[in-house]
Design a protein around this ligand. Structure first.
Ligand code: M6R
Length: 608
């Protein structure tokens, strides 16, 4: 969490940094700050609130300098205040830095330094790093940073400037993402590569235990002993326009609308003539695939719900022994993980600390690991190696939407491919599902055509006390994701339950102020779900049904119906989730919430 930007070059320094910070705001937005060096003096400006407030201050004070760094914060240690906002400067005014991560032994370092008479000015863990650097700095930045890396414990992406090192920005990484970019006569660093797309697409993703010096002339990379090494750059295949809102009022709405294209792109090159082929990406022999006895899906949040969806679909395809685990739990339980395990990690950002640590654990136990991620070159991608990259393009809205549909597309393909390689998938099923998958983009477009109706529905229900989402079988995973979307962006309590489970407790909560969103596709579980709808109606809960076009009977139970196109039963989650994303979006809009940057959340969660 937190977003970092650094720039050295001939452009307008504050503009590059402020524009870059604005692109990082989804990572944290409680306070922001900027620091520059000018005539061997460090100057910094900080404010609580958004980057726009910082920009106002920068303009008012004609703040500028020769090169600089900036930060947008998601508070961990120390409350939201100007004093705790980054950048932090050493008491002797010789060093300034911004930080993403957590310094775990900050208290201890602080106590030591205070005993040496150094005065601290904030409550943050970060300040311990800058004060330590100020304490050990003797004119050699590399030597000072090497000492710092030996002194601090925890996770950090640090961007540092020294008052007497003109046009030099130093970075160091352990555990928190950081990317370095270079163009002719200029150098950049950022937490998120999308902030650099306007200037360069040639970047280096920093590895753990790596530091670098960025100057106008180029970048030099070092390990934490201070030894230099060569590092290969990577060319990004995203472009700057992909990370703009276009004419949409919010990124989330734009991203919801991109889903038909995203599914089509995810299928591209992976299916042909009714068959799936992932052999270009996955270098696994039939024997190897047959050798895995267990499949572990590990992820967080929406990515976890994508894996819950995948597991339910895969159960229908072959004889898999599957577990779906939340990454933060996977590490700390006694789950058997060994060489018979295929461990699949799903992460939009590829930077989620919980997922990354879980992947390291599985790797260390000898499991074969695979990652499904939207960010090529992200930390998880680099560490795990085997990957399916979802081509959803940058997702900026904090609430994941298009990456969920991209993930489930990739996961269904993976399930089909694994079942086929194990000899468990019959040709008809493969053909039927691949053909149906290819129809999904068109069907999603027709769900999106219902936007106005969903907006009206959201208006009617925006004052509800909360919501239950229910579904059975393959209608349950989209219910989970629908409830998460609503919670995240409208701050209403929303819970998803397998429809049949309501009577075992949650039904006690139902009354006329607690609507139930029922996912009730026309399939073998329709009647059972309708019985659960009736149970809810008997408790006076208003019902919103997501039903299949042509299902005339559903009108006997409610007037609030979102009709969705029919698809193969296994693929209902694609069709079921999109109306719920729109419903959450319009409820949040009706309630005046900050949709793209919901309170307390950050897009990429790089702390455990
Ligand atoms: O980048 P990841 O997919 O690893 O992120 C996992 C979760 O933090 C993420 O899905 C989160 O739940 C989103 N805010 C959901 O909208």
């Amino acid at each position: 969490m937190c977003g970092i930007m650094g720039y050295v070059g001939a452009r307008d320094i504050t503009k590059v940094i402020l524009d870059g910070l604005a692109k990082h705001e989804y990572r944290g937005y409680d306070s922001a700050g900027i620091a520059v060096v000018k005539d061997r003096e460090i100057h910094e400006l900080r404010t609580t609130g958004r980057v726009s407030q910082l920009a106002k201050k920068v303009a008012e004070e004609h703040f500028t300098g020769e090169f600089g760094i900036g930060h947008t914060r998601w508070a961990t240690h120390g409350g939201v205040s100007e004093m705790n906002a980054h950048p932090h400067v050493s008491s002797d005014n010789r060093v300034v830095l911004v930080h993403n991560g957590i310094i775990e032994n900050a208290r201890e370092i602080r106590a030591d330094l205070e005993a040496h008479g150094i005065k601290f000015h904030s409550e943050t863990d970060t300040e311990s790093a800058v004060q330590y650097l100020g304490y050990v700095y003797e004119g050699d930045p590399k030597a000072a940073i090497v000492k710092l890396t030996k002194r601090v414990r925890g996770a950090f992406a640090l961007v540092i400037m020294f008052y007497d090192r003109p046009n030099e920005i130093w970075v160091a990484r352990k555990g928190s993402p950081l990317v370095v970019g270079r163009a002719d006569g200029e150098g950049f660093c950022a937490s998120d590569p999308t902030a650099l797309l306007e200037y360069t697409r040639d970047v280096w993703f920093m590895d753990d235990d790596e530091m670098a010096k960025i100057t106008k002339e180029g970048c030099i990379f070092y390990d934490f002993h201070g030894d230099a090494h060569e590092k290969k750059s990577m060319h990004l295949d995203w472009d700057a326009a992909m990370a703009t809102r276009g004419s949409y009022p919010h990124f989330m709405l734009k991203e919801i609308h991109e889903q038909p294209d995203v599914v089509a792109h995810t299928l591209l090159g992976r299916v042909a003539d009714g068959a799936v082929d992932l052999s270009k990406e996955l270098d696994w022999s039939e024997a190897k695939i047959k050798g895995w006895k267990k499949i572990h899906f590990v992820a967080c949040g929406t990515s976890h719900y994508a894996t819950v969806t995948a597991a339910r679909i895969m159960e229908t395809l072959g004889d898999f022994e599957i577990r779906t685990e939340v990454a933060s739990e996977y590490r700390y339980r006694n789950i058997p993980i060994d060489k018979d395990t295929l461990a699949i990690f799903v992460s939009q950002s590829g930077e989620t600390a919980d997922t990354l640590h879980a992947a390291r654990l599985a790797k260390s136990r000898g499991a074969e690991c695979l990652v499904i991620t939207n960010v090529r070159g992200s930390t998880i991608h680099r560490e795990v190696g085997n990957a399916i990259i979802t081509p959803a393009g940058p997702e900026v809205g904090v609430a994941a939407t298009k990456t969920f549909t991209a993930q489930i597309t990739a996961l269904v393909l993976l399930g089909l491919y694994l079942a086929k390689m194990r000899g468990e998938l019959d040709k008809d099923t493969e053909h039927r599902l691949v053909t149906a998958l290819m129809d999904i983009p068109g069907k999603l477009a027709s769900v999106l055509d219902k936007e106005k109706d969903i907006e009206m529905l959201a208006r009617d229900f925006a004052d509800a006390r909360g919501f239950f989402f229910i579904g059975r079988g393959l209608a349950y995973p989209p219910a989970l994701e629908g409830a998460l979307k609503l919670k995240e962006i409208s701050y209403l309590h929303a819970e998803a339950y397998p429809a049949g489970e309501m009577k075992h407790g949650p039904i006690a909560l139902l009354d006329k102020e607690l609507p139930v969103v029922a996912l009730v596709p026309k399939n073998g579980l329709w009647e059972k779900t309708v019985s659960n709808i009736e149970e809810s109606m008997a408790r006076k809960s208003p019902i919103i049904a997501v039903a299949t076009e042509g299902d005339d009977e559903i009108a006997n139970y409610t007037d609030h119906i979102i009709f969705t196109p029919e698809t193969e039963p296994e693929l209902f989650p694609f069709i079921g989730v999109v109306p719920l994303q729109l419903f959450a979006y319009y409820i949040a809009r009706q309630r005046g919430c900050d949709i793209d940057m919901p309170r307390n959340l950050a897009k990429s969660v790089t702390v455990e």
